[in-house]
Design a protein around this ligand. Structure first.
Ligand code: MRU
Length: 362
C-alpha cells in the first residue's frame, strides 16, 4: 500500500511517516510519538527534504507541548525540546521557519491545554500550506516546460535533476516534480535524467521511484554523467530544489548541484531552482559564507547501501582505514541560475527579482 502523502496524523499521540531509508525496496511506515523520536527521524533521514523536515518539526513542537504539561518545569522542558529540534539538521531553513511559525502561533495561548490544541492545528496547517504551495510551483513552472516543448515541435523535453526534490521531500506534488507532473498530465512529452546522488542516492532511490509511480519516463545516471550528456545536446533544462536560498538568490542544495550548474552554464542550458518561499532565508545574503553546510558521517561515503534480494545491506567500497569527508550540500551562486520558480511566480535569482515577488520582505 502506498500513501499519497509523506506525513499524517494517525491519532493524537502518533504521527506516521514513510521511512525513506528503505525506499524503493520496502514501504515501511514508522510511528513517531515523541519529540525524541521526531529528532531522530530528522537526524537519521527517516524523513528528509527541506519542506518535509519543516513539517515534521511542526509536529515535534506539538509533541513538545504534550510532553511539557506533565513536567515539573514545563517551560524549561519545552525550551530544551525546541533546542533539540533546532539541532536536528543545520542546512534546510524550513526547519527553523516551521519551528518559528509554531512558536509564534503559541504566543498568546493561556495554558498548556490551549497550546496543545493550537500546536496541532498549526502543524496541520503547515502541511496543508505546503501542498498548495507545491501545486502552485507547478502552475508557475509549467509554461517553461511548455515553451521548451513548443520550441522542439513537441519532441520530448529532456530534464536533468539532482537529489530528490519531489513529493518525498515535501508532502505532495514536490517542488521540481510539480511542473514535471503537470506537464506530463497535459500530454507534454518529458523525460527526466535522474542523478543517482551519492552518497545517499536520493536520486536513484527516491526520485526514480517517484517518477516510476507517476509514469513519467526517466533514466538514472551516475552523478558525473551530467556534463557529458549536456555536451551532447541531451538536456534541455536542469531543475533542482533547495534547502536554503539567500536574499540575493544563492542556492544551497544537495552536494553536487554546483557542478551541474557550472556544466549547464558552459553548455548554455537553462538552470532552474524550484522553491517554496519557506526555503528563502531573508536574513542572509552570501550563500557561500553564510549558509551552514551539514557534514555527515564519513561512513556514508565509505559504504554503499543496497538491496541484496532479501534485505538492505551495507557494502564497504574503500579501504577500511580510508579517510572520508561527507559534505551534505553545496552552494550554487545566483549568477549561475537562470531563474527561480516559486509559488508566486518565476523570477531572476537576485534580491531585486525575489523582492518583486515578495515585496513584504523589503
Ligand atoms: O539531505 P536531503 O535528502 O534532505 O537533501 C534534500 C535536498 O537537497 C533537496 O533538493 C531539498 O531539500 C529540496 S526538497 C523539495
Amino acid at each position: 500500500m502506498f500513501q499519497k502523502r509523506t506525513i499524517w496524523l494517525k491519532d493524537a499521540q502518533t504521527i506516521q511517516v514513510i521511512d525513506q531509508r528503505h525506499l524503493p525496496h520496502e514501504i515501511i511506515i514508522r510511528d513517531l510519538q515523541s519529540v525524541a523520536q521526531i529528532v531522530t527521524a530528522i537526524k537519521d533521514m527517516i524523513v528528509r527534504g527541506a519542506p518535509l523536515i519543516g513539517a515534521t518539526a511542526g509536529y515535534g513542537v506539538y509533541f513538545a507541548c504534550q510532553e511539557a504539561i506533565d513536567q515539573l518545569n514545563p517551560e524549561e522542558y519545552f525550551a530544551t525540546c525546541i533546542q533539540n529540534l533546532k539541532h536536528s539538521r543545520p542546512t534546510a531553513v524550513n526547519l527553523f521557519w516551521a519551528i518559528d511559525r509554531m512558536l509564534k502561533a503559541l504566543e498568546n495561548a493561556k495554558n498548556w491545554e490551549q497550546k496543545i490544541e493550537i500546536a496541532l492545528t498549526t502543524a496541520h496547517q503547515i502541511v496543508e500550506d505546503d501542498v498548495e504551495v507545491c501545486r502552485n510551483i507547478g502552475v508557475q513552472g509549467l509554461p517553461i516546460i511548455e515553451a521548451l516543448s513548443k520550441a522542439k515541435n513537441g519532441e520530448t523535453v529532456q530534464i536533468l535533476t539532482h537529489c530528490n526534490a519531489g513529493r518525498l521531500g515535501c508532502i505532495e506534488w514536490g517542488t521540481i516534480t510539480s511542473p514535471i507532473y503537470q506537464a506530463h498530465q497535459k500530454g507534454i512529452k518529458v523525460h527526466v535524467w535522474v542523478d543517482e546522488t551519492r552518497p545517499r542516492n536520493q536520486g536513484a532511490n527516491l526520485t526514480a521511484w517517484e517518477l516510476q509511480q507517476a509514469g513519467v519516463p526517466y533514466t538514472v545516471i551516475v552523478d558525473n554523467a551530467g556534463g557529458h550528456i549536456m555536451q551532447h545536446a541531451q538536456v534541455d533544462m536542469v531543475i533542482v530544489g533547495t534547502d536554503r536560498t539567500t536574499r540575493q538568490g544563492d542556492v544551497a542544495n544537495k552536494i553536487g548541484t554546483y557542478l551541474k550548474a557550472l556544466a549547464a552554464k558552459d553548455n548554455n542550458i537553462p538552470f532552474y531552482v524550484a522553491l517554496p518561499s519557506t526555503t528563502l532565508d531573508w536574513t542572509i545574503n552570501n550563500g557561500i559564507t553564510e549558509i551552514p553546510i551539514e557534514e555527515r558521517n564519513p561512513d556514508e561515503v565509505k559504504y554503499v547501501t543496497g538491496w541484496n534480494g532479501k534485505e538492505l545491506t551495507n557494502v564497504l567500497i574503500t579501504p577500511k582505514e580510508s579517510n572520508a569527508k561527507n559534505y551534505g550540500f553545496d552552494v550554487t551562486p545566483a549568477r549561475l541560475i537562470t531563474a527561480i520558480i516559486t509559488e508566486r511566480g518565476v523570477c531572476e535569482a537576485s534580491e531585486k527579482g525575489l523582492l518583486e515577488l515578495f515585496p513584504e520582505k523589503k
